[in-house]
Design a protein around this ligand. Structure first.
Ligand SMILES: Cc1cc2nc3c(=O)[nH]c(=O)nc-3n(C[C@H](O)[C@H](O)[C@H](O)COP(=O)(O)O)c2cc1C
Length: 323
């Protein structure tokens, strides 16, 4: 993973499209997957694949005049985390390039000092840093709880996060990203302190579950909250998306289903159990965010254990095919 200062004259989107075109042409045959972020005048790129091929493409990319001041912030060997050739994010926010540069510099210093971060943690530190004072007081500011929320129908996950922002009088951060062919995916998140710990709750549109970058972050969540619908078909569709996104994970997040009637949980619960994914029931109307949160919140407490609770591994993979 590297960060570099962009030097682009055209619109960011058209440059990203051109880069995507080159990447799909050259990277895919070489077995390389990548995620590219543009934010506040900086690129951040995550690349993974066989070493020699990756270094060859990096040589070319490093000489590209559309960026300069390239700084490698992470290098490691390990299993693939990006489940597809291309993901991208263009983030519009009020930060200046100097804000980004500060983050890159601090991170690079820590990495050079021997601190180890996962690729997901590096990406998060640069793009969506945790700035809540409660996390800064922790020994490891990265050790905060992350909870993902999706709704089976409508936009109740976003309503819930917006309500949490109002309730805690804190800013809701909006981000957009995309896969190789998928539409733009929106996410909103909010950071706050509750029950003696710092939480980040992230709402994501359902189709975001198929974007490789979001899948790479899946193991980072302790819980995945599903706001279920009265329409069972919608719940089944959402569960199928969740199971696909889980198929490459060894430690998937615990699922918390939210629905007002116990029988609405039967299908998602049965599916989850079949693949040894822990499923917890929150009994509340998923369209009412305040009561939903009151039902969800107590279930999130054992988050450190939850984050490493099970190993779905092969059974899911063979049932669904790793996609
Ligand atoms: C930030 C950034 C990231 C890039 N990432 C890739 C990449 O992953 N793969 C790739 O082939 N080209 C990438 N490029 C483009 C290459 O530098 C180069 O322009 C391209 O590979 C040339 O091939 P083409 O003329 O066949 O498109 C990137 C460029 C920039 C500025």
């Amino acid at each position: 993973m590297y960060a570099s200062q962009a030097r682009i004259t055209q619109s960011v989107y058209s440059e990203m499209e051109k880069i995507r075109h080159s990447a799909l042409k050259h990277n895919e045959p070489a077995g390389i997957a990548t995620a590219l972020l543009y934010q506040s005048g900086w690129f951040v790129q995550w690349k993974e694949g066989p070493g020699p091929e990756l270094l060859k493409i990096m040589d070319r990319v490093a000489g590209d005049s559309r960026h300069h001041d390239l700084r490698v912030v992470h290098r490691s060997r390990g299993p693939r985390m990006l489940a597809g050739p291309w993901s991208m994010a263009v983030v519009q926010c009020n930060e200046t390039p100097a804000d980004m540069e500060d983050r890159v510099r601090i991170l690079k210093e820590q990495v050079d000092d021997g601190r180890e971060f996962s690729p997901a943690a590096i990406w998060r530190r640069l793009s969506t840093p945790m700035e809540h004072p409660g996390a800064m007081r922790q020994e490891d500011p990265d050790a905060f709880q992350r909870v993902l929320v999706c709704s089976a129908a409508g936009t109740s996950s976003f309503d819930l996060v917006n309500w949490l922002g109002e309730h805690h009088e804190t800013e809701v951060v909006h981000r957009r990203f995309a896969g190789a062919h998928a539409l733009d995916v929106g996410t909103n998140y909010v950071d706050f302190e509750q029950g003696g710990r710092v939480l980040r709750v992230i709402a994501m549109a359902r189709h975001g579950l198929s974007v490789p970058l979001t899948r790479a972050f899946m193991s980072d969540y302790s819980h995945f909250v599903l706001l279920l619908s009265v329409d069972g078909d919608r719940n089944l569709e959402l569960m199928e998306r969740v199971l696909r996104a889980y198929s490459t994970l060894s430690h998937p997040p615990v699922i918390v289903g939210v629905a007002s009637m116990p029988e609405m949980h039967t299908l998602p619960n049965t599916l989850a159990r079949r693949f040894r994914i822990p499923y917890q029931l929150a009994i509340a109307d998923s369209r009412e965010w305040e009561s939903s949160w009151h039902a969800i919140e107590p279930l999130l407490a054992c988050w450190q254990q939850a984050a490493n609770s099970s190993n779905v591994g092969d059974s899911l993979r063979s049932a669904l095919g790793a996609q």
